[in-house]
Design a protein around this ligand. Structure first.
Ligand code: PAF
Length: 296
């Protein structure tokens, strides 16, 4: 763990110079891309990176490309001083904090990375340009940092699937590692956007976790038609007056499509608006295969 907190680097050339030296001396680089306003979900990614690698880089960049018109780009919470302290406490060596001009010096970005199919359903249906913005900035960050391993939270499950697929399709030499969701004691998944919730909305926001519990219970009780599981989750959100459901879906964990009958591995995805804040969450369910008669 660095003694004096991370070195803050704002330029691509400066970061490449530092990382080049580390690579020449044989260090393996771990990378945690973020948009800042760090919480313990980010902390868990940083700790995993620090455990697995010789040096850990985290980036803080509120990427305009992944925000649609009317979304919260301007109000997205920012606090670099606090973020530097969180990064220091979680073993980050280098904190890359570029400006928009540093990342996109030519103004409008004419090149876009799109992962077809995976990017279009669920969150992509409500946010049609979002995943292309994510894939474009993450591929650019991978080119800048050149990490051996990169760490993403499973909280953004569809984002993780898009990044895994992009990395495989483009043969980007990085191992993409998904880390478990970190939750508040009442079950709400940690998110930088939770800060937007007033006390009544904050209490109501636990409805996402409660809906996932209902979905898990439906699967455990033997539901195999995804529509039945979706309905059990939707009913929980429907009973919460402060929440408005976007989608609740039991999907194949790899393709994110809905099979006719659920297989042994299921991912439950949910998105809902609580007040003006759009929240997402998900959970994995594994169904044990029935034991053959006579098996001990
Ligand atoms: O998950 C996030 O914070 C962002 O989508 C990411 C991966 C840093 C890209 O801007």
């Amino acid at each position: 763990m660095p003694e004096h907190g991370p070195t803050i680097v704002t330029t691509i050339t400066g970061l490449r110079a530092d990382l080049g030296e580390r690579r020449r001396s044989g260090q393996q680089i771990g990378f945690v891309p973020t948009m800042g306003y760090l919480h313990d979900g980010h902390g868990s990614l940083m700790r995993a990176a620090a455990d697995d690698n010789d040096a850990t880089v985290a980036s803080i960049f509120v990427n305009p490309l992944q925000f649609g018109a009317g979304e919260d780009l301007d109000s997205y919470p920012r606090d670099l001083e606090r973020d530097a302290a969180v990064a220091a406490a979680n073993g980050v060596d280098l904190l890359f904090t570029p400006t928009v001009e540093e990342m996109y010096p030519k103004g409008p970005v004419l090149t876009s990375v799109t992962v077809a199919g995976l990017s279009e359903r669920w969150d992509g249906a409500s946010r049609p340009t979002h995943f292309a913005g994510v894939a474009t900035v993450v591929s650019k960050l991978f080119n800048i940092v050149g990490p051996c391993r990169a760490y993403f939270g499973e909280k953004d499950y569809q984002q993780l699937a898009v990044i895994r697929r992009m990395t495989a399709d483009l043969s980007i030499p990085v191992e993409v590692i998904g880390c478990p969701i970190v939750r508040e004691p009442d079950g709400l998944a940690m998110s930088s956007r939770n800060v937007y919730l007033d006390p009544a909305q904050r209490a109501a926001a636990t409805v996402l976790r409660r809906a996932l519990d209902a979905g898990e219970a439906a699967v455990a009780a033997g539901a195999s038609d995804p529509a039945d599981v979706d309905a059990s989750m939707a009913a929980v959100v429907g009973a919460e007056p402060l929440a408005e459901l976007d989608y609740a879906a039991a999907v194949d964990p790899d393709t994110l499509t809905q099979p006719e009958r659920l297989g042994p591995r299921v991912r439950l995805l949910i998105a809902a608006r609580v007040g003006a804040t759009r929240l997402i969450d998900n959970a994995g369910v594994e169904i044990e295969a029935p034991q053959p008669i006579g098996a001990s």
